[in-house]
Design a protein around this ligand. Sequence first.
Ligand SMILES: NC(=O)c1ccc[n+]([C@@H]2O[C@H](COP(=O)([O-])OP(=O)(O)OC[C@H]3O[C@@H](n4cnc5c(N)ncnc54)[C@H](OP(=O)(O)O)[C@@H]3O)[C@@H](O)[C@H]2O)c1
Length: 315
Amino acid sequence: MKAVVLNGVTEAKDIQLSEVPVPYVKPGWVLVRVKAFGLNHSEQILRHGEINANYIAKPIIPGIECVGEIEDPSDSGFIKGQKVIAMMGGMGRSFNGSYAEFALLPRHNVFRIDTDLDWTSLAAVPETYFTAWGSLFDCLQLNKEDTLLIRGATCALGYAAIQIANAVGCHVVATTHRQAKLSLLEDADEVVLDNGGLPGTLHGITKALDLVGAGVIKETLRTVEKGAIVCDTGVLGGASSLNGFDPIKDIPNGVYLTGFFSNYPNQETVDSMFEFFRKKELVPLYGKAFAFSDIQSALLAQDSGSVNGKIVVTV
Ligand SMILES: NC(=O)c1ccc[n+]([C@@H]2O[C@H](COP(=O)([O-])OP(=O)(O)OC[C@H]3O[C@@H](n4cnc5c(N)ncnc54)[C@H](OP(=O)(O)O)[C@@H]3O)[C@@H](O)[C@H]2O)c1
């Protein structure tokens, strides 16, 4: 099969497809025929440096998510041809991921879906929509009375969160740190240029989804109303942890801080998401689709930031 295989830090311009054997199925694992996959910020982090870490299996086929069909169900109870999505749990880091024609994946990271959405639209779903869903509902308990702030909204996750929040019917305030990108957020009710200094400038925020992350989270906590919930989900600002964080002083009285980690997807949530798409007639959003044979262009586009929204690759 054709696959991207990484041995170390690799520039997008050096990415190419290799021929590798189709993996043998084993108990507890299923073989998925990959139809499409989305690109993620975390794969960029892997390719640019994290690959040197000891916990990354090397050589590695990257890719933390995919959509496709069961090729060999092994002992899973799936039937051959079942439409599935798969994500996380070490995919593309501890074991080979989805930048390939076939992926051998743990049964518990593969979820059946029943949908008429085309493969390209579906490829935008697993990691991005699961994370948006978990952040908005499991963590932020979003409802239509809320005013939701999304910081760092000009990313695949931000656009998905705006779409879901609009379908819920709440008031959405979305930020970008680039003047030139304000117009990309027109689906939000309010758009704000965010170069820091939000506290005192926004009012009535009852829920906040922070995609910029640890570097600005203290400021987000000071931007929301008493009783609000703040969810730390992204690391777009480059920092994922915060030394010297003082919960007593840094979390304002009566404000709640939570975080979302997409590592534990489950069938129940996947079913709820697809039911929501059906009921609200949502078509998952993507920025641009590339053919697998053109994976280098897809990764060059990712590194240059030239695509607004999820980059998907059809296999
Ligand atoms: N917690 C979890 O389990 C989880 C799961 C999935 C994703 N995430 C995180 O969520 C974030 C979004 O992921 P994604 O895959 O949707 O990203 P993505 O689509 O690859 O978006 C990357 C884009 O975000 C933009 N961005 C917006 N605000 C930024 C800021 N303040 N600093 C730097 N860049 C900024 C950048 O464009 P501009 O600078 O031009 O605006 C960049 O091109 C990432 O940090 C990712 O690691 C977390």
